[in-house]
Ligand binder design. Structure first.
Ligand code: F6P
Length: 319
Protein backbone atom coordinates (compact mmCIF):
# COMPACT_ATOMS: atom_id res chain seq x y z
CA UNK A 1 0.00 0.00 0.00
CA UNK A 2 1.41 3.36 -1.07
CA UNK A 3 -1.44 5.86 -0.84
CA UNK A 4 -4.22 6.17 1.74
CA UNK A 5 -7.09 8.59 2.37
CA UNK A 6 -8.58 10.02 5.54
CA UNK A 7 -11.93 11.71 6.13
CA UNK A 8 -14.12 12.91 8.99
CA UNK A 9 -17.86 12.35 8.79
CA UNK A 10 -21.07 12.96 10.78
CA UNK A 11 -21.15 15.23 13.84
CA UNK A 12 -17.70 16.63 14.61
CA UNK A 13 -15.99 16.12 17.95
CA UNK A 14 -13.00 17.73 19.67
CA UNK A 15 -9.88 15.68 18.98
CA UNK A 16 -10.71 14.81 15.36
CA UNK A 17 -7.85 17.08 14.26
CA UNK A 18 -5.44 15.26 16.57
CA UNK A 19 -6.56 11.99 14.95
CA UNK A 20 -6.02 13.39 11.42
CA UNK A 21 -2.55 14.56 12.49
CA UNK A 22 -1.68 11.13 13.88
CA UNK A 23 -2.89 9.36 10.71
CA UNK A 24 -0.89 11.69 8.46
CA UNK A 25 2.32 11.62 10.49
CA UNK A 26 2.26 7.88 11.17
CA UNK A 27 1.59 7.18 7.49
CA UNK A 28 4.37 9.49 6.29
CA UNK A 29 6.69 7.92 8.90
CA UNK A 30 6.06 4.60 7.15
CA UNK A 31 6.61 6.07 3.67
CA UNK A 32 2.94 6.36 2.62
CA UNK A 33 1.24 9.27 0.87
CA UNK A 34 -1.93 10.59 2.50
CA UNK A 35 -4.90 12.32 0.91
CA UNK A 36 -7.34 14.34 3.02
CA UNK A 37 -10.93 14.16 1.76
CA UNK A 38 -13.08 17.21 2.49
CA UNK A 39 -16.69 17.03 3.74
CA UNK A 40 -16.74 13.32 4.54
CA UNK A 41 -18.36 11.01 2.01
CA UNK A 42 -19.62 13.99 0.01
CA UNK A 43 -16.02 14.88 -0.86
CA UNK A 44 -15.35 11.27 -1.74
CA UNK A 45 -18.14 11.35 -4.31
CA UNK A 46 -17.12 14.71 -5.79
CA UNK A 47 -13.38 14.00 -5.64
CA UNK A 48 -12.75 16.91 -3.25
CA UNK A 49 -9.38 15.80 -1.88
CA UNK A 50 -5.80 17.00 -1.51
CA UNK A 51 -2.44 15.58 -0.58
CA UNK A 52 -1.55 16.19 3.06
CA UNK A 53 2.09 16.80 4.02
CA UNK A 54 3.70 16.92 7.47
CA UNK A 55 3.09 20.68 7.55
CA UNK A 56 -0.58 20.34 6.57
CA UNK A 57 -1.31 18.94 10.02
CA UNK A 58 0.98 21.28 11.99
CA UNK A 59 -0.65 23.52 14.57
CA UNK A 60 -3.94 21.58 14.72
CA UNK A 61 -3.52 19.16 17.65
CA UNK A 62 -5.11 21.69 20.02
CA UNK A 63 -7.99 22.77 17.78
CA UNK A 64 -11.61 21.66 17.96
CA UNK A 65 -13.64 20.95 14.82
CA UNK A 66 -12.05 19.23 11.83
CA UNK A 67 -9.71 20.73 9.22
CA UNK A 68 -11.26 18.28 6.72
CA UNK A 69 -14.78 19.58 7.44
CA UNK A 70 -17.63 17.12 7.79
CA UNK A 71 -21.06 16.30 6.42
CA UNK A 72 -23.87 13.77 6.59
CA UNK A 73 -24.17 12.40 3.05
CA UNK A 74 -27.40 10.82 1.78
CA UNK A 75 -26.02 10.10 -1.69
CA UNK A 76 -23.41 7.75 -0.21
CA UNK A 77 -26.24 5.60 1.15
CA UNK A 78 -27.07 4.66 -2.45
CA UNK A 79 -25.22 2.08 -4.58
CA UNK A 80 -24.68 4.72 -7.25
CA UNK A 81 -23.13 7.15 -4.74
CA UNK A 82 -20.77 4.47 -3.43
CA UNK A 83 -19.69 3.58 -6.97
CA UNK A 84 -18.90 7.25 -7.70
CA UNK A 85 -16.80 7.33 -4.51
CA UNK A 86 -14.93 4.20 -5.56
CA UNK A 87 -14.26 5.67 -8.99
CA UNK A 88 -12.75 8.79 -7.39
CA UNK A 89 -10.61 6.71 -5.02
CA UNK A 90 -9.31 4.71 -7.98
CA UNK A 91 -8.72 7.86 -10.03
CA UNK A 92 -6.45 9.20 -7.26
CA UNK A 93 -4.77 5.80 -6.79
CA UNK A 94 -5.84 5.61 -3.14
CA UNK A 95 -5.72 2.05 -1.80
CA UNK A 96 -7.05 2.33 1.75
CA UNK A 97 -9.32 4.69 3.69
CA UNK A 98 -9.49 5.78 7.33
CA UNK A 99 -12.91 7.08 8.42
CA UNK A 100 -13.18 9.14 11.62
CA UNK A 101 -16.76 9.43 12.90
CA UNK A 102 -19.71 7.72 14.55
CA UNK A 103 -21.87 4.74 13.65
CA UNK A 104 -23.33 6.27 10.47
CA UNK A 105 -19.80 6.88 9.21
CA UNK A 106 -18.82 3.31 10.13
CA UNK A 107 -21.76 1.99 8.10
CA UNK A 108 -20.33 3.78 5.06
CA UNK A 109 -16.87 2.29 5.76
CA UNK A 110 -18.37 -1.20 6.10
CA UNK A 111 -20.18 -0.82 2.77
CA UNK A 112 -17.04 0.30 0.94
CA UNK A 113 -15.10 -2.60 2.46
CA UNK A 114 -17.83 -4.95 1.24
CA UNK A 115 -17.17 -3.64 -2.27
CA UNK A 116 -13.50 -4.66 -1.85
CA UNK A 117 -12.05 -1.32 -0.71
CA UNK A 118 -10.19 -1.57 2.64
CA UNK A 119 -11.50 0.84 5.28
CA UNK A 120 -10.69 1.31 8.96
CA UNK A 121 -12.98 3.20 11.38
CA UNK A 122 -11.84 5.50 14.19
CA UNK A 123 -14.63 6.29 16.70
CA UNK A 124 -15.09 10.04 16.97
CA UNK A 125 -18.27 11.38 18.58
CA UNK A 126 -19.14 13.23 21.77
CA UNK A 127 -21.94 10.68 22.36
CA UNK A 128 -19.64 7.81 23.45
CA UNK A 129 -22.15 5.42 21.93
CA UNK A 130 -20.00 3.09 19.83
CA UNK A 131 -19.91 -0.58 20.89
CA UNK A 132 -16.37 -2.02 20.85
CA UNK A 133 -14.66 0.88 22.62
CA UNK A 134 -14.85 2.23 26.16
CA UNK A 135 -14.38 5.78 24.88
CA UNK A 136 -14.77 7.77 21.67
CA UNK A 137 -12.77 10.83 20.64
CA UNK A 138 -14.44 14.01 21.93
CA UNK A 139 -16.41 12.50 24.79
CA UNK A 140 -13.92 13.62 27.44
CA UNK A 141 -13.81 17.21 26.14
CA UNK A 142 -17.60 17.44 25.88
CA UNK A 143 -17.86 16.03 29.38
CA UNK A 144 -15.60 18.78 30.70
CA UNK A 145 -17.66 21.38 28.83
CA UNK A 146 -20.84 20.08 30.47
CA UNK A 147 -19.25 20.02 33.93
CA UNK A 148 -18.04 23.59 33.46
CA UNK A 149 -21.62 24.58 32.58
CA UNK A 150 -23.03 22.72 35.59
CA UNK A 151 -20.59 24.51 37.92
CA UNK A 152 -21.62 27.90 36.52
CA UNK A 153 -25.33 27.15 36.65
CA UNK A 154 -24.94 25.92 40.23
CA UNK A 155 -23.66 29.40 41.23
CA UNK A 156 -26.75 31.18 39.98
CA UNK A 157 -29.03 28.35 41.12
CA UNK A 158 -27.78 28.84 44.68
CA UNK A 159 -28.10 32.63 44.56
CA UNK A 160 -31.72 32.35 43.44
CA UNK A 161 -32.56 29.14 45.30
CA UNK A 162 -33.78 27.50 42.11
CA UNK A 163 -33.95 24.09 40.53
CA UNK A 164 -32.22 23.80 37.16
CA UNK A 165 -32.79 21.18 34.50
CA UNK A 166 -29.75 20.90 32.21
CA UNK A 167 -30.23 19.10 28.90
CA UNK A 168 -27.17 17.47 27.35
CA UNK A 169 -26.58 16.04 23.88
CA UNK A 170 -25.91 12.35 23.29
CA UNK A 171 -28.49 11.38 20.67
CA UNK A 172 -29.94 8.08 22.02
CA UNK A 173 -27.15 7.53 24.54
CA UNK A 174 -26.96 8.71 28.13
CA UNK A 175 -23.19 8.60 28.72
CA UNK A 176 -22.60 12.34 28.55
CA UNK A 177 -25.46 13.06 30.96
CA UNK A 178 -24.50 10.22 33.29
CA UNK A 179 -20.81 11.02 33.59
CA UNK A 180 -21.43 14.78 33.80
CA UNK A 181 -24.17 14.27 36.35
CA UNK A 182 -21.92 12.18 38.57
CA UNK A 183 -18.87 14.42 38.20
CA UNK A 184 -21.01 17.55 38.53
CA UNK A 185 -22.86 16.36 41.64
CA UNK A 186 -26.37 16.44 40.15
CA UNK A 187 -29.36 15.46 42.28
CA UNK A 188 -30.96 13.40 39.51
CA UNK A 189 -29.68 12.04 36.21
CA UNK A 190 -32.22 11.05 33.57
CA UNK A 191 -30.96 8.94 30.67
CA UNK A 192 -32.65 6.91 27.93
CA UNK A 193 -31.15 3.61 29.09
CA UNK A 194 -32.97 3.65 32.46
CA UNK A 195 -36.67 4.29 33.16
CA UNK A 196 -37.21 7.21 35.47
CA UNK A 197 -39.76 7.85 38.14
CA UNK A 198 -41.05 11.43 38.28
CA UNK A 199 -42.30 11.07 41.86
CA UNK A 200 -38.83 10.04 43.00
CA UNK A 201 -37.21 13.03 41.29
CA UNK A 202 -39.76 15.43 42.72
CA UNK A 203 -39.50 13.85 46.18
CA UNK A 204 -35.70 14.23 46.17
CA UNK A 205 -35.95 17.93 45.24
CA UNK A 206 -38.55 18.61 47.95
CA UNK A 207 -36.59 16.68 50.62
CA UNK A 208 -33.43 18.62 49.71
CA UNK A 209 -35.30 21.92 49.91
CA UNK A 210 -36.75 21.02 53.30
CA UNK A 211 -33.34 20.30 54.75
CA UNK A 212 -32.10 23.70 53.60
CA UNK A 213 -30.52 22.90 50.25
CA UNK A 214 -30.17 26.05 48.15
CA UNK A 215 -30.44 24.46 44.72
CA UNK A 216 -31.14 21.28 42.79
CA UNK A 217 -29.50 20.26 39.52
CA UNK A 218 -31.22 17.71 37.28
CA UNK A 219 -29.35 16.44 34.22
CA UNK A 220 -31.40 15.08 31.35
CA UNK A 221 -30.05 13.48 28.19
CA UNK A 222 -31.63 14.74 24.95
CA UNK A 223 -32.61 11.15 24.11
CA UNK A 224 -35.18 11.23 26.95
CA UNK A 225 -37.00 14.32 25.73
CA UNK A 226 -37.09 18.07 26.19
CA UNK A 227 -35.39 19.57 29.25
CA UNK A 228 -37.66 22.61 28.94
CA UNK A 229 -40.81 20.49 29.16
CA UNK A 230 -39.37 18.54 32.07
CA UNK A 231 -38.56 21.74 33.95
CA UNK A 232 -42.20 22.89 33.61
CA UNK A 233 -43.44 19.60 35.04
CA UNK A 234 -40.96 19.79 37.92
CA UNK A 235 -41.95 23.35 38.78
CA UNK A 236 -45.60 22.38 38.76
CA UNK A 237 -45.03 19.37 41.01
CA UNK A 238 -42.54 20.94 43.47
CA UNK A 239 -43.94 24.48 43.48
CA UNK A 240 -40.28 25.57 43.44
CA UNK A 241 -38.90 27.98 40.87
CA UNK A 242 -37.38 25.87 38.09
CA UNK A 243 -35.41 26.85 34.98
CA UNK A 244 -34.01 24.90 32.06
CA UNK A 245 -30.79 25.21 30.06
CA UNK A 246 -30.28 23.33 26.82
CA UNK A 247 -26.51 23.15 26.35
CA UNK A 248 -26.67 22.38 22.62
CA UNK A 249 -23.76 22.74 20.25
CA UNK A 250 -21.23 24.24 22.66
CA UNK A 251 -20.73 20.60 23.66
CA UNK A 252 -19.29 19.81 20.23
CA UNK A 253 -16.65 22.54 20.10
CA UNK A 254 -13.57 23.70 21.94
CA UNK A 255 -9.99 22.70 22.60
CA UNK A 256 -9.65 18.93 23.05
CA UNK A 257 -8.52 17.80 26.48
CA UNK A 258 -5.19 16.02 26.91
CA UNK A 259 -7.10 12.74 27.25
CA UNK A 260 -8.84 13.22 23.90
CA UNK A 261 -5.56 14.21 22.20
CA UNK A 262 -3.91 11.06 23.56
CA UNK A 263 -6.81 8.86 22.51
CA UNK A 264 -6.92 10.42 19.05
CA UNK A 265 -3.16 10.01 18.58
CA UNK A 266 -3.24 6.36 19.64
CA UNK A 267 -6.31 5.60 17.49
CA UNK A 268 -4.84 7.35 14.42
CA UNK A 269 -1.56 5.45 14.64
CA UNK A 270 -3.31 2.11 15.15
CA UNK A 271 -5.58 2.67 12.14
CA UNK A 272 -2.54 3.19 9.88
CA UNK A 273 -0.87 0.07 11.31
CA UNK A 274 -3.97 -1.97 10.50
CA UNK A 275 -3.96 -0.82 6.86
CA UNK A 276 -0.23 -1.60 6.62
CA UNK A 277 -0.94 -5.10 7.96
CA UNK A 278 -3.43 -5.56 5.12
CA UNK A 279 -6.50 -5.44 7.39
CA UNK A 280 -9.89 -4.18 6.18
CA UNK A 281 -13.29 -3.54 7.72
CA UNK A 282 -11.88 -3.04 11.21
CA UNK A 283 -12.54 -0.38 13.85
CA UNK A 284 -10.06 0.73 16.49
CA UNK A 285 -11.06 1.12 20.11
CA UNK A 286 -9.81 1.32 23.65
CA UNK A 287 -10.70 -1.27 26.27
CA UNK A 288 -9.20 -1.16 29.78
CA UNK A 289 -6.67 1.36 28.45
CA UNK A 290 -5.43 -1.02 25.75
CA UNK A 291 -5.78 -0.08 22.09
CA UNK A 292 -7.75 -2.85 20.38
CA UNK A 293 -9.39 -3.50 17.03
CA UNK A 294 -12.60 -5.29 16.13
CA UNK A 295 -14.58 -6.17 13.07
CA UNK A 296 -16.46 -2.96 12.24
CA UNK A 297 -19.67 -5.03 12.47
CA UNK A 298 -19.19 -4.98 16.26
CA UNK A 299 -19.89 -1.25 16.22
CA UNK A 300 -22.86 -1.64 13.88
CA UNK A 301 -24.66 -4.66 15.25
CA UNK A 302 -23.80 -4.35 18.94
CA UNK A 303 -25.92 -2.38 21.39
CA UNK A 304 -24.38 0.52 23.27
CA UNK A 305 -24.57 0.01 27.03
CA UNK A 306 -23.96 2.42 29.86
CA UNK A 307 -21.47 1.48 32.57
CA UNK A 308 -23.79 -0.03 35.21
CA UNK A 309 -21.27 0.64 38.02
CA UNK A 310 -21.13 4.32 37.17
CA UNK A 311 -24.94 4.50 37.13
CA UNK A 312 -25.21 2.69 40.47
CA UNK A 313 -22.66 5.01 42.03
CA UNK A 314 -24.50 8.08 40.72
CA UNK A 315 -27.63 6.80 42.46
CA UNK A 316 -25.82 6.11 45.72
CA UNK A 317 -24.19 9.55 45.82
CA UNK A 318 -27.30 11.59 45.03
CA UNK A 319 -29.52 10.47 47.92
O1 F6P B 1 -23.73 12.71 17.30
C1 F6P B 1 -23.32 13.94 17.79
C2 F6P B 1 -24.49 14.84 17.99
O2 F6P B 1 -24.01 16.09 18.47
C3 F6P B 1 -25.59 14.30 18.90
O3 F6P B 1 -25.26 14.44 20.26
C4 F6P B 1 -26.76 15.14 18.46
O4 F6P B 1 -27.98 14.48 18.72
C5 F6P B 1 -26.53 15.27 16.97
O5 F6P B 1 -25.14 15.08 16.76
C6 F6P B 1 -26.93 16.60 16.37
O6 F6P B 1 -26.77 16.50 15.00
P1 F6P B 1 -26.77 17.72 13.99
O7 F6P B 1 -25.39 18.34 14.03
O8 F6P B 1 -27.05 17.09 12.68
O9 F6P B 1 -27.81 18.68 14.47
Amino acid sequence: MKKIGVLTSGGDSPGMNAAIRAVVRKAIYHGLEVYGINYGYTGLITGDMRKLELGSVGDIIHRGGTILYTARCDEFKTEEGRQKALDELNRYGIEGLIVIGGDGSFRGAANLTKKGFPCIGIPGTIDNDIPGTDFTIGFNTALNTVIDAIDKIRDTATSHERTYVIETMGRNAGDLALWAGLAGGAESIIIPEVDYNMDEIVGRIIRGHERGKKHSIIIVAEGVGSGIELSKKIQEATKLETRATVLGYIQRGGKPTAIDRMLASRFGAKAVELLLEGKAGRMVGIERNQIVDHDIIVALSGVHKIDEDVYKLSQELSI
